[in-house]
Design a protein around this ligand. Structure first.
Ligand SMILES: N[C@@H](CCC(=O)N[C@@H](CS)C(=O)NCC(=O)O)C(=O)O
Length: 213
């Protein structure tokens, strides 16, 4: 069945899904949607994702929006390599780390919100830094808690295997750098980022690989 991903090279939500598709070895056609030119709001694209967001996944002519829904679908249809830990508690932790980014951080700093709230780039950046810092504080505390109290060891968020937690953390750190967030308080998150970015799928899905010519 043919698989296409509607995405934008620099979108953190798109990167999460590109990463999973590549990690799971799913052959995919990547279709760019230029957010800066407003292509996400054109009626043709909104028929694909009514929220006017990337990413959207097309599978055999059917369309699915929302990165978490897409990633859960990919995990169920392509269970190996797994992106959720086997242990039920750690699966819960993975979903908690995912939602800190997906519900608690990124929606507050997406283009739609920034353009609605502020007209100046400086104000947009200051707001983004505030909400990203709040999210990263929670991520760092949770990553440290699972290490100190729950026996998690290994280079990635939840152990020796890459998981959805990493696929949300690393693109959020990429956003943080775009908005010049001070990252010195997040040594655990930064060490995980280094390990995750060194993985073949981390490299192959990176925004730089999808940057338009
Ligand atoms: N909850 C959505 C968020 C998607 C989202 O915010 N996408 C951003 C790019 S990272 C977007 O398309 N923004 C366009 C806009 O705000 O106009 C998901 O996880 O798929």
């Amino acid at each position: 069945m043919s698989v296409s991903l509607y995405h934008y090279w620099r979108s953190s939500s798109s990167w999460r899904v590109r990463w999973a598709l590549i990690h799971k070895g799913i052959e995919t056609k990547y279709v760019p949607v230029n957010l800066l030119e407003g292509e996400q709001n054109a009626s043709g694209y909104k028929a694909r994702n009514p929220m006017g967001f990337v990413p959207a996944l097309e599978v055999g002519g059917r369309l699915l929006g929302e990165s978490v829904a897409i990633l859960e679908y990919l995990e169920e249809t392509h269970p190996t390599p797994a992106l959720l830990p086997r242990d039920p508690w750690l699966r819960g932790r993975a979903r908690q780390l995912v939602e800190i980014v997906n519900a608690g951080t990124q929606p507050l700093q997406n283009l739609y919100v920034l353009r609605t709230l502020y007209t100046s780039e400086d104000e947009r950046a200051a707001w983004s830094r505030k909400v990203i810092t709040r999210g990263l504080d929670a991520l760092e505390a949770t990553l440290n808690e699972v290490r100190t109290s729950e026996g998690v060891t290994g280079p990635f968020s939840l152990g020796d295997e890459l998981s959805l937690a990493d696929l949300f953390l690393v693109p959020q750190l990429y956003n943080a750098r775009r908005f010049k967030v001070d990252l010195t308080s997040y040594p655990t998150a930064l060490a995980i980022e280094t390990a995750a970015l060194a993985s073949p799928s981390g490299q192959a899905s990176h925004p730089d690989r999808f940057r338009p010519e």
